[in-house]
Ligand binder design. Structure first.
Ligand SMILES: [Fe+2]
Length: 343
C-alpha cells in the first residue's frame, strides 16, 4: 500500500516540479519555496521553504551530488521574483563600495536572470525588466569605464554557460572599443551595448542543453543559423531599440563565421582572400564593430568542443575578415586591444 502510495506521490511530483539551476540559489538568502532534489531516482525535499541558504548548504548539496534541483512549477515565479528584487537592490547600491565587486554581482545576477528571459521568451514583464537591468548595468559601466577590462576579466572567470555569458562578454568589449574611439555619445554607446547584448536572443529557440551536444540536429542547426532574424522577431515592438539597431541585429553575422563554428571547423589561419569567407552584405561601421567583438569574445573563451584561442590569432582572423573593407574599424579594434593588454 505504502509503495503504491509512494509511486503515486512521486508520479504527481514529477508533473508538479520544474528544474531550477543551483546557480540561482547562490544569490539568495533564503529558500522562497521547498527545493527538491533526486535521491535514488526519487524526488525528495532538500531545503524547506523559508530556510536560510548559505554557501555551506550549497556545498553540501553539491558534494552529495544534488546538482539537479526542482521547485513546484506553480511557485517557480517566487524564485524569479527574489532574483529580480536582488537585482534591483544591487542596482540601487552600485555607487557604494568597490565598483568591481558591485559590477561582478550585478553581472552575475543579470546572467541568472537572462536564463529566465530565454526560458520565458514571450513574457513581456521578464523581458522589460531584463532590458531595464541591462540599461542600468550599462550606465554603471560607462560611469566606471576605467574598470571595464577588470570587470570583463572577472566576469569571464564566473563560468556561466556560454550561451548566457557570450552576449555580455562581447558587449563589455564593445563598450571598451566605443569608449576608446571618443566619437560616440553616452546615449549612442548605451544603445549599441543593448543591441549587442540582445542580438543573440533568437538562440532561445533551441534548449540550452542542446548547445553542449557535439552535434546539433539539422533542424537545430538551421534554427541557429537563422537566430539573428529570430532575435529581431522576438524583440520588435517589445524593446525600445530603433529600426536601425534592429538592422544591426539582423546583420550581426554578416561575416558568416557561424556556419564554420557550427561545423567546428574554424580555420584561424585562413589566408586573405580565401573563398571560404563570405563577404558581408553592405553593413555600417557599428555592425562591423559589434560583429568583430562577438567573434573575439567567442574565440578567446573555450567551448565544449574546442579550446580558447590566443587573442593575437583571433585579431588576425578579424583582420582577414574586415580589414579590406573596414580598415579604419580594424585599426580602432587593434588600438583598443593594445591598451587592454598593457593594463
Ligand atoms: Fe549571434
Amino acid at each position: 500500500m505504502d509503495k503504491a502510495f509512494n509511486a503515486i506521490a512521486q508520479n504527481s511530483l514529477g508533473y508538479q516540479l520544474t528544474p531550477i539551476s543551483i546557480r540561482e540559489l547562490l544569490y539568495i538568502d533564503s529558500a522562497p519555496e521547498t527545493i527538491y532534489g533526486l535521491e535514488n531516482g526519487l524526488y525528495r525535499p532538500l531545503i524547506a521553504a523559508n530556510k536560510k541558504i548559505n554557501k555551506d548548504i550549497l556545498k553540501q548539496l553539491i558534494s552529495a551530488g544534488h546538482v539537479r534541483l526542482f521547485v513546484d512549477r506553480k511557485k517557480r515565479h517566487l524564485l524569479i521574483d527574489m532574483i529580480q528584487e536582488k537585482l534591483t537592490k544591487v542596482t540601487r547600491s552600485l555607487s557604494i563600495g568597490d565598483p568591481v565587486e558591485n559590477g561582478r554581482s550585478q553581472m552575475n545576477l543579470l546572467t541568472v536572470h537572462f536564463e529566465y528571459v530565454y526560458g520565458n521568451i514571450t513574457d513581456d514583464d521578464i523581458l522589460n525588466k531584463h532590458f531595464q537591468f541591462s540599461k542600468n548595468l550599462c550606465s554603471f559601466l560607462l560611469a566606471n569605464s576605467e574598470k571595464l577590462e577588470k570587470l570583463y576579466l572577472e566576469y569571464r572567470k564566473q563560468k556561466h554557460h556560454f550561451i548566457f555569458s557570450q552576449p555580455l562578454l562581447a558587449s563589455l568589449l564593445l563598450l571598451g572599443v566605443l569608449k576608446n574611439t571618443r566619437v560616440f555619445s553616452a546615449k549612442e554607446m548605451e544603445l549599441l551595448f543593448l543591441t549587442s547584448y540582445f542580438k543573440d536572443i533568437g538562440m532561445s529557440s533551441i534548449p540550452v542543453e542542446k548547445y553542449d551536444d557535439e552535434n546539433l540536429s539539422k533542424e537545430d542547426k538551421k534554427r541557429l543559423v537563422n537566430h539573428a532574424e529570430t532575435s529581431v522577431e522576438i524583440l520588435e515592438g517589445r524593446v525600445p531599440l530603433s529600426p536601425s539597431h534592429m538592422e544591426i541585429i539582423k546583420n550581426h553575422h554578416a561575416f558568416s563565421l557561424l556556419n564554420k563554428e557550427l561545423n567546428h571547423d574554424i580555420e584561424i589561419d585562413t589566408p586573405q582572400g580565401d573563398d571560404n569567407i563570405d563577404r558581408p552584405v553592405l553593413v555600417g561601421s557599428e555592425t562591423v564593430l559589434i560583429c568583430s567583438m562577438d567573434i573575439i569574445a567567442a574565440m578567446v573563451t573555450p567551448r565544449p568542443w574546442r579550446e580558447a584561442e590566443n587573442l593575437f590569432k583571433v585579431l588576425d582572423l578579424v583582420r582577414v575578415l574586415i580589414s579590406d573593407d573596414f580598415s579604419g574599424e580594424f585599426k580602432t579594434i587593434v588600438s583598443y586591444f593594445k591598451n587592454f593588454k598593457k593594463k
